[in-house]
Design a protein around this ligand. Structure first.
Ligand code: 13P
Length: 252
């Protein structure tokens, strides 16, 4: 059975004290939910991982980094490796976010390496894919998403692939207030699940968690999560306020 997951991606927001407070608020609020219907993850900047881990210790909320290096260790000034992330006690790392692909030129090949390093370090991966507005208008969105997934993930064997969560994030919906409609998102999620089924078989596809990301908020989460192939969300802006984030967590 696949898991439902609501994951926050704080991006480059909050100082360490602010982040610790936000993590405390989320942790307490999640602890107070009686019949939690999803796993809850907070994705935080590297600088926050250790302090936030201390806050989450013993609770239900899981911890994610937002990136890791494409090398294991060595002379790469300023980079943070997957083993370093894992050593903080983090459970997940977000890879392939469109902001990293777009602003930091992360390629499909580089992300394949990052995926391998993250899994080797014992991390689970929230792997993002999604098309730009131009690509959607040109009708190439299915091909774009397929290339991203096949190129960075489909070399994995079944056992490794079980540690992958896929997040569909249409770039035109990120931080714009414009959400994909539940039907638009479901169409892509079903397409992704079908790709996974073609490669790994129906059982693996059925077990794969596929999240939606892009202006997901308390007011639209329930409609999105009601779709058969949408198993939760990767939440940007609305993950920065505990009350908004909890409104999404409890939308199942
Ligand atoms: P917003 O929820 O702010 O649109 O961001 C989505 C996102 O990029 C999550 O990774």
């Amino acid at each position: 059975m696949r898991k439902n997951i609501v994951a926050g991606n704080w991006k480059m927001n909050t100082t360490v004290p602010e982040g610790v407070q936000l993590a405390k608020d989320v942790n307490d609020a999640v602890a107070a939910v009686n019949d939690l219907k999803c796993d809850v993850v907070v994705g935080v900047p590297f600088t926050h991982l250790t302090a936030v881990k201390a806050v989450l210790e013993g609770g239900k909320v899981l911890l994610s980094a937002e990136n890791c290096a494409d090398h294991d260790k060595g002379a790469y000034t300023g980079e943070v490796s997957a083993p370093m992330v894992a050593s903080t006690g983090a459970d997940y790392v977000i890879l392939g976010h469109s902001e990293r692909r777009g602003y930091y030129n992360e390629t499909i090949e580089m992300l394949k390496t990052k995926v391998d390093l993250a899994l080797a370090a014992g991390l689970k991966v929230i792997f993002c894919c999604g098309e730009s507005l131009d690509e959607r208008k040109a009708g190439t969105h299915f091909e774009v998403i397929k290339n991203e997934l096949v190129g960075s993930l489909f070399h994995l064997d079944d056992k490794a692939f079980a540690n992958i969560v896929i997040a569909y994030e249409p770039i035109w919906a990120i931080g714009t207030g414009e959400t994909a409609t539940a039907d638009q998102a479901e169409e892509i999620h079903a397409f992704i699940r079908n790709l996974v089924a073609e490669k790994y078989g129906a059982q693996v596809a059925d077990d794969t968690t596929i999240l939606y990301g892009g202006s997901c908020k308390p007011s639209n989460a329930a409609e999105l999560f009601a779709k058969p192939d949408i198993d939760g969300g990767l939440i940007g802006g609305a993950s920065l306020k505990a009350a908004d984030f909890m409104g999404i967590v409890t939308a199942f």
